[in-house]
Design a protein around this ligand. Structure first.
Ligand code: G3H
Length: 493
């Protein structure tokens, strides 16, 4: 039974209290203080995780540092073998991990299963691509005045201790996207899972160790962001931070972390522009998928749609129709359900309030708008204006807003005035016009005739403005986990 592999991660009580991994062993928190992990599906207690103290964090980081010194000397191909084994392990135990993810964060089965399998593929890809990372040799003579007096051997070296902070919406996948590139390039990882998703993350940690990872290379620190997170981000021994989460938290971390390399994926608030010549049938389907998958809790979800009046007039009934056809709200453990609860009561409160505020300010609820506990109906808002809060701050729930613009230039102006800049979609039957328009939009990635999305995972993935720092995507993430070390040979005069 796969469960036996993990029995040492928690005590024997039901629901269990989990341990954290300090690099040497699975440990109970010294203070006995814990944080509860509540299932968004039925509000049940899935388990408790330790609130790790600062002293324990110091010890764990010191263990990780020691382990990293040996690890960076292990041949890349040997490091890769361990990663491939971890990927195989995930595939083999996909059912167990999927069930855990469903309970802990309320994904439906296809979404949870996809997260696990995508993570396994991602680990393999990082391990393969790591082998192609190489330094270079540069000659000084290319720059005037240096003749042949200087030559640089530019080595690529690991940053050292990487702090990886993962979000609740992809606790496994957006951990793997940090841990795998860090390890293959010779770093160690101080890993801070989200509270909801933490139990899956503890299992993920153990999977790397079951695959043969030497002790200490991942230390997994559980606890709330306010206590544990704040201490970690400003810890003197952290050499780089990779984080996925809200723009607000990203900005706070950047201030506390100071002058170290940062790789951040933050909030999206992504627009879709629908040009008059778009195929509205397929556009409507992409909007429904983009706005409502995993209940809109994706940084790449479509949050608002812009178009000329005749386009939006035709499009809204089609989006409403497709929502009725495709989206079934309820308990995500039921096979036909594809829209489950949002992560917590607090988040549901925020989403509900934003919908009601938009309505009070003149928006029209075309569909949905109601809430039952953490279930928010798929909601379509019309007559939304850029000044409304729902347009200004990313709303992590199943809500999509429609705006009628006088011209496509006005649409560009609205998008470019946003504080966010992750992705945007353009729907058109003229790809050339789509490319021209894409060049005017200030976001990381522009999708033509598709919803925004991060994958395929080897494409560059980045946000501008409040949406991120640095570039991810297999090769790009590997680069971000290393620094060049030029050793310059000088010919004596
Ligand atoms: O929530 C942020 C994720 O990076 C989105 O990933 O586009 O694969 O859903 P996704």
């Amino acid at each position: 039974m796969p469960k036996d592999f993990f029995s040492h991660l928690h005590d024997k009580k039901t629901p269990p209290t989990y341990k954290f991994f300090n690099g040497e062993a699975w440990m109970d928190g010294a203070s006995s203080k814990t944080v509860e992990v509540i299932s968004p599906i039925d509000n049940s207690l899935v388990g408790r995780i330790p609130l790790v103290s600062n002293l324990e964090i110091d010890q764990a980081i010191s263990n990780a540092k020691k382990a990293q010194e040996a690890w960076m000397r292990v041949p890349m191909i040997e490091r890769g073998k361990i990663l491939h084994l971890a990927a195989d392990w995930m595939r083999e135990h996909e059912h167990y991990l999927t069930a855990l993810l469903i309970k802990e964060i309320g994904k439906n089965t296809p979404e949870a299963k996809d997260e696990i399998l995508r993570s396994a593929d991602m680990i393999d890809y990082f391990a393969h691509e790591g082998l192609h990372v190489k330094g270079e040799e540069l000659s000084g003579e290319a720059f005037p005045g240096y003749d042949q007096t200087k030559m640089a051997i530019v080595e690529k070296v690991p940053l050292g201790v990487i702090l990886a902070i993962a979000p609740f919406n992809y606790p496994v996948n957006l951990s793997v996207s940090k841990i795998a590139p860090a390890l293959i390039t010779g770093n160690c990882v101080v890993y801070k899972p989200p509270t909801q998703g933490a139990i899956s993350c503890l299992h993920l940690t153990e999977i790397f160790y079951l695959a043969g990872l030497p002790k200490g290379l991942i230390v997994t620190i559980t606890g709330g962001g306010a206590e544990v997170g704040n201490y970690l981000v400003s810890h003197k021994d952290i050499n780089g931070i990779t984080f996925t989460g809200s723009s607000q938290v990203g900005k706070e971390i950047a201030v506390k972390a100071g002058m170290i390399p940062l790789l951040f994926e933050c909030g999206g608030n992504n627009p879709a522009v629908v040009l008059p010549d778009a195929d509205l049938y397929s556009t409507a389907i992409e909007i429904v998928k983009g706005a409502f998958s995993y209940s809109g809790q994706r940084c790449t979800a479509i949050k608002y749609v812009l178009g000329l009046k005749p386009t939006i007039d035709k499009l809204i009934p089609m989006v409403s129709q497709k929502t009725k056809e495709f989206i079934k709200m309820g308990d995500p453990r039921i096979p036909e359900i594809n829209l489950g609860p949002v992560i917590s009561d607090g988040e549901a409160d925020i989403i509900e309030r934003r919908i009601l505020m938009a309505k009070a300010q003149g928006a029209k609820i075309i569909m949905g708008g109601k809430r039952k506990e953490r279930l928010i109906e798929p909601t379509i808002l019309d007559l939304v204006r850029p000044s409304m809060e729902i347009m200004q701050i990313e709303t992590f729930g199943p809500v999509v807003s429609f705006l009628r613009v006088e011209s496509i230039e006005e649409a560009v102006k609205i998008i470019n005035s946003s504080d966010y800049g992750l992705q945007a979609s353009i729907f058109t039957s003229d790809e050339g016009a789509g490319i021209q328009l894409a060049r005017q939009i200030k976001v990381g990635t522009i999708q033509i005739n598709s919803k925004p999305q991060r994958g395929p995972d080897h494409f560059p993935f980045l946000g501008v403005k409040g949406s991120g720092v640095g570039v991810q995507g297999i090769r790009y993430t590997l680069e971000a986990m290393m620094r060049p070390r030029p050793i310059v040979l000088n010919k004596p005069h």
